[in-house]
Design a protein around this ligand. Structure first.
Ligand code: GLY
Length: 376
């Protein structure tokens, strides 16, 4: 029988919906990050953690399509818990975008809740306050006993820039967008290598703004190609194009996309790092899910017909591999996607990670025509 993409996506979306009806009830009160014996853990006590918005974000994606109150309530509860983080300056960092776009900005878009809008604006103002005007970068983290990180910026932050674009639109204050564009231009210049791959961490002198050197971060080393970082670059530049329509961001996203496509030809599953040796196979399904959505996002904007087709095919191939081999849509487990890795040198390999579920859900809903496009 002929394989029909939209029907396939709709069927999976329906399975996700049914599964999440059960999972949301049994996970009531939790802010999940990963699972232990198939059940979500709870990061309520570590409220500043960068992934704390993803489960709520997934609930809003489902609420947008299915309008079930359980999804709305679950998302709203997590958003309210995050207020503790808003009140804790040192637990705020460049990941404000991940946390408040997927919770408060989504809530505001879907329900018009003014308190949610206020939360997301506070988070955006804090993010903008991390900007270093000499080096044109947004500082990643606060010091946490690991020395001075005032000059550190990371590729992941490309995904947080939409909070700034959103804030400009809400307030008619261009400064948020100006900061986002300075940062994106700096990343395009200093992170994206000739072959289209990206560094993870770049360090700058926080006083002069001069570039110092790259650091290894979550990949093998500073010169390797951490796959989730490549995915953040792809999706992040595609989003910056979406919000600004500046051609240079589209070109950067395409350069990263073509590089990723070439690397993917060598692998059945997305490895943690494209520079990884085949005999130490650690996968990262979260990178696969983020890349898939990145390709779908970019497909909309690329001008070349041929590229539209190949970007779409790559997205589908990533999603089908995940669905057939790395996905649990039964009610037995709280997670959907398995075999994720936190970082090459850390011990958490072959685990579930909440953001893999979020991006997989987002991609499936887009293919089934149910996606909430942006939060503005
Ligand atoms: N933002 C951290 C990560 O992707 O693991």
């Amino acid at each position: 029988m002929e394989w029909k993409e939209k029907e396939w996506a709709k069927q999976i979306a329906e399975k996700i919906r049914k599964k999440e009806q059960i999972v949301a009830l049994r996970s009531d009160g939790k802010i999940p990050y990963t699972t232990v014996n198939g059940r979500f853990d709870d990061w309520t006590d570590r409220i500043g953690w960068w992934t704390n918005g993803f489960y709520a974000g997934q609930m809003w994606l489902l609420y947008y399509v299915y309008k079930e109150d359980l999804f709305r309530k679950t998302a709203k509860n997590i958003e309210e818990k995050l207020d503790k983080n808003l009140m804790e300056y040192m637990a705020m960092d460049h990941d404000n975008g991940f946390k408040w776009l997927l919770t408060s900005a989504a809530n505001y878009k879907l329900t018009g809740n003014e308190m949610s809008k206020n939360r997301a604006l506070l988070a955006a103002a804090n993010l903008a306050g991390r900007y270093n005007p000499k080096g044109h970068f947004i500082r990643a983290w606060n010091d946490s006993g690991n020395g001075d990180t005032a000059g550190w910026a990371i590729i992941d932050c490309m995904m947080n820039l939409p909070l700034l674009y959103w804030a400009s639109k809400q307030t008619n204050d261009k400064r948020f967008t100006q900061i986002a564009k300075f940062h994106a231009d700096m990343v395009s210049r200093e992170y994206i290598r000739e072959d289209g791959s990206s560094y993870h961490i770049m360090t700058f002198d926080p006083e002069s703004g001069e570039k110092i050197k790259p650091l290894g971060g979550q990949g093998i080393d500073e010169n390797s190609s951490w796959t989730r970082g490549q995915a953040w670059a792809l999706y992040g530049f595609a989003l910056s194009y979406n919000y600004t329509k500046e051609k240079r961001y589209l070109e950067t996203a395409e350069k990263v996309a073509v590089y990723i496509q070439q690397e993917l030809l060598k692998w059945e599953f997305v490895p943690v790092d494209f520079a990884q040796k085949k005999d130490v196979l650690w996968e990262d399904s979260s990178a696969a899910a983020i890349m898939a959505f990145g390709f779908l996002e970019l497909e909309q904007w690329t001008k070349s017909k041929e590229r539209k087709t190949t970007f779409h095919k790559t997205a589908i191939s990533l999603l089908r591999t995940l669905e057939e081999k790395r996905c649990n849509l039964t009610e037995e487990t709280d997670f959907i996607i398995e075999n994720c890795s936190v970082a090459y040198h850390e011990k958490e390999h072959n685990v579930s990670l909440i953001y893999a579920d979020y991006y997989f859900t987002e991609a499936i809903l887009r293919l089934s025509d149910g996606i909430m496009k942006g939060v503005d």
